[in-house]
Structures are given as structure tokens and as C-alpha cells.
Design a protein around this ligand. Sequence first.
Ligand SMILES: [Zn+2]
Length: 389
Amino acid sequence: MDRAKGINNNDLKRRNRGLVLQLIATGESNTRVGLAKSSRLTKMSVTNIIDEFIHMNLIVEGEKDWEKKEFQGRNPSLLDLSPHAPKVVGVLINRDYCAAILCDFQLNVIKTERRELDYSDKEWLLENIYGLVDSMIEDENNILGIGVASIGPLDVAGGVILSPPRFYGIKNLPLAALLKEKYGLPVFMDHQYNSAARAEKLFGCGKNFSSFVFVGVTNGIGAGIYLNGRILQGQSGLGSELGHMSVDYKGIHCECGNFGCVENYASTNVICSRVQAATGRKTTFEECCRYSEEDVIDQILKDAIDKLCSCLVSVSNLLNPEAIIMGHESVKLPDRYLTRMEEYINRYKLSEGYDHIQILKPYFGEESQLVGAACNVLSRAFEGELLFE
Ligand SMILES: [Zn+2]
């Protein structure tokens, strides 16, 4: 049971510092006056926090902003992230590849690397992940933490990869603990689409929404859900499995045991096989999208999308989101299919005419999951859990 918890003075101080750091890092504001306005803290509090940040080498004071008329001659100094501020590592674990990123608090990418997983067991996977992290941190001695975005199912709180289907038999891998022990850094792990949703919420096209759904379509289908400003984690973080929502209770027998799961109709590998069966051509999903003017391919794409939309109507009726962000491989879909989705979902949701759900492509494109891994650390810093005593 959730109980309301008291907030002590130290929690509050840390939270305020995290908030000011977030506002600067995400480009909301770069003056003391602007920060006071956006954070609703007093100018005195903001000034004290900024002094502390400058002392901590987090923030530098830049040029005075002579141009801004709104300050009418007060010439505020512009604040920016210090080049000496700590950096953050993100690791993405997919069925087909692993990738890593090194970036700063503004999500500026310093370097990134990717390794294909054509064959893997637990040791091989770990060796590759360690190799990626080593290569990210080799020239850096000031790392705040490591964020991991992974395929599920996961024990999010414990940082364990449980038993992803078709994942080389790897089960119960306590990755967060292993990384923490090896590198001596805090490690935060979450599902790849929760991580992607976090990236879009902090820095991307989810900034202005408090409730939205990030949908990832690839050889599986999943989601990351923001509800009233918070990631929806459920009882044990095992939810948001959009691909296993049924569109037909007598439909295809899914490997999860249920019938008619939408993944069996609308994932990219299913679309590619249907195109191959209809045209005799072996195609990638990118090619299906590129040749979607061909009537037979267009029909297959529309059918898959309509099935996915019928799930998203249910999702919309349950959660009442402001937007649905179509990520992972679905960023390759020509815009007319997103227009079709927006029309379908808004026509068939129960609240038709009362509000409007936007269908968007992610700001970070196919990289949302990878930058999201780094955001698993940044979001903790912005909540004041790291950096501040
Ligand atoms: Zn299923």
C-alpha cells in the first residue's frame, strides 16, 4: 500500500537543486530570473543554488545577455553547463544488438558504439557490455552513473534481466549489480521503452505532455507509459507489454500462451514475411516502407497498422493520453500512415470529439532507446537523488 510520506528539509533541498539543474540542462531557462519563474522558487533560493552549482563545477556563468529586452537593462548573465560537469553512460540491450553512449547533462553525445549480437550466451553478452562501457569511460574520470535500457521482462528495482523470449537462453542476469561492482558507479536499469519515453519527456517531443504512450514497433511490440507525469511501473514493472494485447481471442496462438496478441500481426518481421509471401521478394522493413506506394505492400501495412490501432484505441480509452509517440522501427513509416493512425484512434476512442490524441514520431528517432538509457541516470539527478548531499 502506498502511504503519503513526509518530506524532510534535506529531501526538499535536494529536490530543488535537481529541478534547477534539470531546467538548465533541458534548455528551459538559462538566467536566474528565468529559473526562478520556471521553478517557482524565490530568486534568493535560485541564486544560492547557482552559487553552489558554480562551486561544484556543474555550471558556468557565460556572456551577459545584452540583447534580451524583457530584462530591460538588467543584463542577466547566461548560465550554461560546465565542461567539467560529470558525464553519463547509457547502455542499450536489444535482442539483435547492444549499444552504448557517453553524453553530458544536456544529452550532447560525446561518443557512441554499437555491437551486433549474432550469437550470444551470458558470458559473451557480458563481455560485450563491459567492452562497450570500457570504451565509453576510457578518457573520462568523472562519470555520474550508468543507465541501462533493456528488453524485458526485467526486475526494474533489482536491476535483473529476467527471461526475455528468444534471448539465447539468458535468464536472471543481475546486470545492475555486476556493473555496479565492476565500475563502482550507481546503475539504474529500466525497460527500453520506459527509457525512451523518459528521453522524450525530458528532452524531446514529450516535454509538454504529462500523459503519453511511447510505442516501440520492431520484431516485437512494447510501450513506455507516462501517466500524470510519472512512468507507469505497476506492481513489479512487468506491465506495458502492448504487443501481448489480444486483437482476436480466437486468433494466432502466441508464444506467450494467449491468442491473437497484436505482435503476431503488426511486428516488423510479420509485415516483412507477409510482403515476401505476396510479392516473392525478401524485404527489410525499411524496404517495405520505401516501396509502400505499391498497392500490395500498402494493403499489408494498412492492415497491420489498423490492428495495432485497435489496441491503441483500448489503450486510449484506459489511459486518456495526450499523445502516442511511434518509435523504434516505426519511425521509418511514411507520414501518411501516422495520419491514418491519428484519424483511426481519434474516431474510435470513446471520448471522440472531447479531446484529441496526437500521433508523433520521436524527437530522437530510432535513438530514443539509447539516449533513454542515459536518461535513466539523468532523471535521478534531476530528482535530486544523485550529486547533492
Ligand atoms: Zn502474446
